[in-house]
Design a binder for this molecule. Structure first.
Ligand SMILES: [Zn+2]
Length: 339
């Protein structure tokens, strides 16, 4: 799929544009209909074509003129069986997909003037459930690139529990490192290195079993992996990876220099967890890691993220590796996440 071929579906680039495209539930319903049938409704019950009946007071429903049966536009999407208006779902998906820090349930409730916090919380959690593709592939596996793998302790919620209570959770990170074309405007930053796709997971501990197990689940065998010299990574070679360990000698500056991209990712993750969400509990941390990963890996493609979140995406929504790194978009679309 050509990621620029958005067919007839427009995607708002700004809040005023969003307002213009989706002024009410009926506009959102029309968008869903277009996403599914591209203007040529076919009744899923009797396969008859032609314009369906529409109801002013039920924008999510189309009725076949031939067999008179209803078709729900939200069936098969995260919005199915929800009593929340379509327009609220669209706002949520737009804000989560297009805003670098996403949005907290409290902010979302306030911004949309939802009467209940639980409604906001549930919408965002339902969207999060759609953020992990069941067929999620492993990153890496491309010549000329390498993967930085590192761990970080992520602080849990400490408010009201007194000093010294931290509930820190170990998070493993793997990130593709790419190089910009020499001579471009951005190639001076970090030696032209920038982040490709990322994978984040809670790790039980720093043992070889945990860390190498994470690598095996997240990174394609044969990839070059750069880590610090922690012994937990020693067996990567015997597990089929090309491995380069940087001797840290206890100096964090060294790993800052040699693992700059994973440090950037971890720094962004911590800022986001603390800034937008004021810290999250260990219990829910993986859901937030998934959200961070989802948006990070689609940061050049908010339109795809929007469609994925609503569950109305086509067969292929995530950009392929080639698309992600093709020169056509690289210089114009790179938003410089985290800079
Ligand atoms: Zn029909």
């Amino acid at each position: 799929m050509d990621v620029f071929d958005h067919a007839s579906l427009a995607f708002p680039q700004s809040l005023p544009e969003f307002q213009r495209l989706f002024p009410d539930d009926a506009a959102c319903a029309a968008y869903l209909e277009k996403a599914r049938w591209e203007g040529n409704f076919v009744c899923p019950h009797c396969q008859a074509g032609g314009e369906p009946f529409r109801f002013d007071n039920r924008p999510g429903v189309l009725r076949c003129r031939k067999c008179c049966r209803n078709t729900g536009l939200m069936v098969g999407t995260v919005m199915e069986r929800s009593h929340t208006p379509l327009s609220v779902w669209f706002w949520a998906a737009y804000l989560v997909a297009s805003q670098t820090p996403g949005i907290s349930a409290v902010q979302f409730q306030r911004q949309l003037r939802l009467s209940r916090y639980e409604t906001a919380f549930q919408i965002l959690h339902k969207l999060r459930a759609g953020m992990v593709r069941p067929d999620q592939d492993r990153i890496g596996g491309h010549p000329g690139t390498h993967i930085e793998v590192d761990e970080a302790w992520i602080g849990g919620r400490t408010r009201g529990e007194g000093r010294g209570v931290h509930h820190k959770t170990l998070v493993a990170v793997a990130v593709e490192v790419r190089y910009r074309q020499p001579g471009t405007a951005q190639d001076k930053r970090k030696d032209g290195r920038y982040a490709g796709r990322v994978r984040l997971a809670i790790a039980a501990d720093r043992s070889a079993e945990s860390l190498c197990g994470f690598v095996e689940s997240a990174v394609t065998p044969g990839s070059l992996i750069v880590t610090d010299d922690w012994s937990g990574y020693n067996s990567l070679r015997t597990r089929g990876y090309d491995h380069h360990a940087i001797a840290e000698c206890g100096d964090p500056e060294v790993s800052e220099d040699f693992l700059p991209i994973s440090h950037l990712v971890i720094c962004n993750l911590k800022t986001w967890l603390n800034g937008t969400h004021h810290g999250v509990s260990a219990k829910h941390l993986q859901a937030y890691l998934n959200e961070f990963t989802f948006r990070f890996n689609r940061r050049f493609y908010p339109f795809n993220a929007f469609r994925s979140l609503l569950g109305i995406a086509g067969v292929t929504t995530a950009p392929t590796y080639t698309e992600l790194y093709s020169d056509e978009w690289q210089h114009t679309k790179c938003s410089g996440y985290g800079h």
